[in-house]
Design a protein around this ligand. Structure first.
Ligand SMILES: [Mg+2]
Ligand SMILES: [Zn+2]
Length: 175
């Protein structure tokens, strides 16, 4: 699949990489639980995609349940753990705002992807996959003319579902 080397993979975080905490937020690293199969999935994708970028709404900051330093610590450890498993995450973007703030960066608004394109000017949204578990993730991808992969329910091996759905999308687009 060397012909997808120019592509970018955008990943949602909660419910895709780690288990969601219903009604709560992951505020400290011990609350961050990788979903089954995700670390090997990211390792498998890492040589195939030019960029791998996480985009995550973190309203818990806007609600003052956690702060940006706590989130930065979680994301540093997330990147380190992915790297130790043989994968890579090139950048993580987050929206700290409340949904009521009507900001431009909270998914499904495109701000985080536009910032990623400022930081990585060779990102082409028509050569990008957005993998997420909610309608707002998919709308975010569609707003940017990305290929979208909805991985659905988090409780059954999302890593394998991410691999299967993205491999199918790429095959359909490029095969
Ligand atoms: Mg999610
Ligand atoms: Zn925002």
């Amino acid at each position: 699949m060397s012909h997808i080397k120019g592509w970018t993979l955008f990943l949602d975080r909660d419910g895709v990489i780690n288990r969601r905490l219903p009604g709560d937020y992951v505020k400290i690293w011990p609350q961050f639980e990788f979903l089954p199969g995700v670390l090997p999935a990211i390792a498998a994708f890492s040589p195939l995609f030019k960029h791998i970028i996480v985009v995550t709404n973190q309203q818990g900051i806007g609600k003052r349940l956690m702060d940006e330093a706590q989130l930065a610590d979680i994301h540093r450890r997330l990147k380190e753990t992915v790297a130790a498993a043989g994968g890579r995450i090139d950048a993580i973007y987050f929206c700290p705002h409340l949904s009521a703030d009507n900001c431009t960066c909270r998914k499904p608004n495109p701000g985080m992807a536009l910032q990623a394109q400022v930081d990585f000017p060779d990102i082409d949204f028509t050569k990008s996959v957005m993998a997420g578990d909610t309608a707002s993730d998919i709308q975010f991808g569609l707003n940017l003319d990305m290929t979208t992969a909805c991985i659905g329910n988090e409780d059954t091996a999302p890593g394998r579902r991410i691999i299967a759905s993205i491999a199918w999308l790429i095959w359909r687009k490029l095969g």
